[in-house]
Design a protein around this ligand. Sequence first.
Ligand code: 5GP
Ligand code: MN
Length: 315
Amino acid sequence: MNLLAECQGAKRIGISGHIRPDGDCVGSCLALYQYLKKGLPEAVVQVYLENPAETFREIGGFEDILAPLEEQETFDVYFALDCSGDRLGGAERYYNGAGKKINIDHHISNSGSGDVNLVRPEVGSCCEVLFELFDKELLDADIAKAVYIGMIHDTGVFQYSNTRPETLRIAAQLIEYGFDFPGIIQETFYQKTYLQTQIMGRVLMESVRFLDGHCIVGWVDRRTMEFYNVSSKDFEGIVNQLRNIEGVDCAIFMYETDIQEFKISLRTSDKVDATKVVGPFGGGGHMRAAGCTMKGTFHDCVNNLSRYIAEQLDK
Ligand code: 5GP
Ligand code: MN
């Protein structure tokens, strides 16, 4: 795919990623935003994201991010990044109404929602997929940094099994641009606020193991969220910490989004395909990291998930 050729003649171009945007989602959107602005100076380029975390303010273009509004905006080309077209939240109708829909992603559960699709499940991050599309002549330190942030977030700083030799070769090219990479890893990936650390501690302390210790679940209800004054953005990293526990093949983190409704995050070892656990509940993601939204009580949700986990562990 040639990104600039796909946008040839477009006057208005929109870019969005999934709801509850993570590092790869924000990094992808802002990398492409900066790239298109540079490569197509005549076009109007806009990025719409719902509530990106403030920790990403260091990425160039962050202050230009718009929140999707009620009124319909029209675009000649619209990009859905790091997800399918049905997880864009309020920007979904911008995408659906666009002259040309382009979907670039790396989720195995995405079957392609655009007029033009590039879904590469073997690649660790959407940023990495984008990097391979970028004309290297247009790259600069700001674009490199945005790509790098996405890569470190989705590969757990090049630790997870989705890190390819090519991932590290790309990272090597990126850090040549000379941005402060140790600083952004610390500030966007490892650093937590005091409250985030407290809520993590509480979830870990109250977590419960089941299926002979192969599974662990941690959760937060609305009352606790209100007590600590925290929201979904503050839970990043909790499920990974649960997954680090010895003997655990499937870690579940869930928080209440509404009455009898939970947002579920899964992290698994090579014994459990996470997409097969959340798939029956309309979720998706990757083999080792996936999620969904479920209705019911806490115990209903855990019971329903555990059926699909046990099935795989029994094999
Ligand atoms: P997380 O647990 O960090 O929220 O998400 C893990 C992975 O699963 C991410 O790649 C994320 O995009 C994907 N994911 C999380 N929740 C959902 C969901 O409800 N639907 C789909 N299709 N993917 C999800
Ligand atoms: Mn991603």
